[in-house]
Design a protein around this ligand. Structure first.
Ligand code: NAP
Length: 294
């Protein structure tokens, strides 16, 4: 039987996180006497905290906003996804030191696969935002051939261009390079043709969450066909403003809870080497979200 151990969620803030509820439920269901705790950490202390985890031989860690990029430099090795996306959300303590992974990539795709099991109904994808979540989602779509046309919308064009460069480099590493990329500063610049050909809109900005809870990254969904699926990576119990907007116009939409679940399940498997008890985690996540009123 495994010895008691600890896994930490490191970020700032972390108090709102639903991860402890479903990770602890997973450890319990799997009969692993580990505990998952959220710990707020300043960026300047992250490297020391990660070194301490390794020194103490702890079970591992999740890294969340705003440290996913900052954690890269503390790793002794990276998996392919963390290296391409340039962000770490899962840390394993190995005999060769700290290994950084990015389970947001496969977590996003697993969630999308549940939402649109038959694949996208139109060829293009619009990604709103260009930070870590946008990079993970866009790379997942390019890597697994979900689309050959991605339009990035980001208020800071330079960061949008960095995202596109990242995707081109990722494609080159896997020996491909067929995807068309467009870049816009605002969603109002999306052309009618592009909207008409869009099968998926992904919100990877924080609009709709926390202090921005009443905001939406799109003014409206006019021009997108009914087949467009709107995937808001922000999550809550109540539908987010973007999900409400999309559904009111007859489009299918979902928030980011399923992505949270699936990235967490993959992290669990990396730490423990065991299959994640997915349905136990799903129930615990939903009940924690309900009890937090989200
Ligand atoms: P991030 O790296 O900080 O990137 C945020 C992006 O949103 C940037 O492109 C930023 O634009 C843009 N943005 C921020 N504030 C904005 C505003 N007021 N108006 C327009 N654009 C704005 O964050 P992230 O890690 O990618 O996370 C983004 C969201 O996804 C967060 O809400 C996070 O909770 C969620 N997320 C969910 C999951 C899940 O499992 N469901 C996983 C990861 C992330 P600039 O480039 O101009 O700064």
């Amino acid at each position: 039987m495994a010895a008691p151990n600890l896994v930490f969620l490191l970020g700032d803030p972390v108090g709102h996180s639903l991860s402890p509820a479903f990770q602890n439920a997973a450890f319990q269901a799997a009969g692993i006497p580990w505990s998952y705790r959220a710990q707020r950490v300043d960026g300047e202390r992250l490297d020391d905290v990660l070194d301490a985890l390794a020194l103490l031989g702890l079970g591992g860690a999740n890294i969340t906003v705003p440290h996913k990029e900052g954690a890269l430099g503390s790793m002794d090795s990276l998996d392919r996804e963390a290296s391409i996306v340039g962000a770490v959300n899962t840390v394993c303590i190995t005999k060769d030191g700290l290994r950084g992974s990015n389970t947001d990539v496969d977590g996003f795709l697993a969630a999308l696969g549940e939402e649109v099991p038959g694949g996208l109904k139109r060829p293009a994808v619009v990604i709103l935002g260009a930070g870590g979540a946008a990079r993970a989602a866009a790379w997942a779509l390019v890597r697994d051939g979900w689309t050959e046309h991605i339009a990035v919308v980001n208020r800071t064009l330079e960061k949008g261009q960095v995202l596109i460069n990242t995707l081109r480099e990722g494609e080159a590493r896997k020996g491909g390079g067929r995807t068309r990329f467009d870049l816009f500063r605002e969603s109002s610049e999306l052309t009618a043709d592009l909207k008409a050909g869009t099968g998926l809109v992904v919100n990877a900005t924080p609009l709709g969450q926390g202090a921005l809870a009443d905001q939406t990254p799109l003014e409206g969904v006019e021009g997108f066909p009914e087949e467009t699926f709107v995937f808001d990576l922000v999550y809550g119990v109540r539908p987010t403003p973007l999900v409400r907007l999309a559904r009111a116009a007859g489009l299918s939409a979902a928030d980011g809870k399923k992505m949270l679940l699936h990235q967490g399940a993959r992290s669990f498997e990396l730490w423990t080497g065991q299959s994640a008890p997915l349905e136990v985690m799903r129930d615990a996540l939903e009940s924690a979200a309900r009890s937090q009123g989200r």
